[in-house]
Design a protein around this ligand. Structure first.
Ligand code: NAP
Length: 248
């Protein structure tokens, strides 16, 4: 028996990086997977086909996670297509790095909208179907930067810290309904997002990581399998770091 057999999962930002790895691991464990993308249509279609090869239902949806109305329509479409929703993974995220003195209002707003408002948007619309199902698991992707802060990332760190407070509140509000809400705080994971960093910055990060390597997207995805499954049935309101001991 697979760990997520017969469960339905929705992953935002599943067309690349960590989200794509999450979608893959969930499908390998028997979950039907709905996932979103914003612009990577071709990649999303390939991933959709790859997921279905695991013998599960899989569908890609173009949907801006930061847009309230689109999030509402998305959850409605997933319920119509899949018949329920057991696991929500709020993964979509962006960076618009700049030192505070140079950060524009637009850079602040874009990051808060995509990284934090998206989590409100999707959670808000996923709760009713989860209540109807008498349970659910919400997993929100924060970052160790949301705990430690990082020069040049005040917007990103604020959005990721906000996710932690939001998730702990949802865990408390929804505990009696058997809806769990947890946070994953990755360190530096090899994806397009960290691929943008120059070699010098990467070297500096590596020096500080006790395990002396960047993490792999699959290593974050494995924690999603655990948090989405009944193996974590009494775990809620927690922040799990996946960071090679960087934040301990
Ligand atoms: P990534 O490689 O840049 O991929 C981002 C994904 O989010 C893509 O699928 C992208 O879709 C999607 N996306 C962006 N804006 C969206 C929107 N408004 N609506 C829907 N989807 C949207 O990022 P990643 O490195 O995998 O990061 C995934 C999550 O982990 C993010 O929340 C990030 O902050 C967090 N995280 C990453 C690291 C790291 O080291 N990589 C560390 C800590 C936390 P398109 O392909 O269509 O653009």
């Amino acid at each position: 028996m697979k760990l997520l057999q017969d469960k339905v999962a929705l992953v935002t930002g599943g067309s690349r990086g960590i989200g794509a790895a999450i979608a893959q691991r969930l499908a390998e464990q028997g979950a039907s997977v709905a996932f979103t993308y914003l612009s990577s249509e071709e990649k999303a279609k390939k991933i959709e086909a790859g997921l279905a090869a695991n013998g599960v239902k899989a569908k890609a949806y173009k949907s801006d996670a930061g847009n309230y109305a689109e999030a509402e329509a998305l959850v409605g479409a997933v319920l119509a297509d899949f018949g329920g929703l057991d696991i929500l993974i709020n993964n979509a995220g962006i960076t618009r790095d700049n030192l505070m003195l140079r950060m524009s209002e637009e850079q602040w707003d874009e990051v808060i909208q995509t990284n934090l408002k998206s989590v409100f948007n999707l959670t808000k619309h996923a709760l009713r179907p989860m209540m109807k199902n008498r349970g659910g698991s919400i997993i929100n992707l924060s970052s160790i930067v949301g705990v430690t802060g990082n020069a040049g990332q005040a917007n990103y760190a604020a959005s990721k810290a906000g996710i932690i407070g939001f998730s702990k509140s949802i865990a408390k509000e929804m505990g009696s309904r058997n809806i769990r809400c947890n946070v994953i705080a990755p360190g530096f994971i090899e994806t397009d997002m960290t691929g943008e960093l120059d070699e010098k910055t990467k070297e500096a990060y590596l020096t500080n990581i006790p395990m002396k390597r960047l993490g792999k997207a699959g290593e974050v995805a494995d924690v999603c399998v655990f948090l989405g499954s009944d193996m974590s049935g009494y775990i809620s309101g927690q922040v799990i770091s996946v960071c090679g001991a960087l934040n301990c």
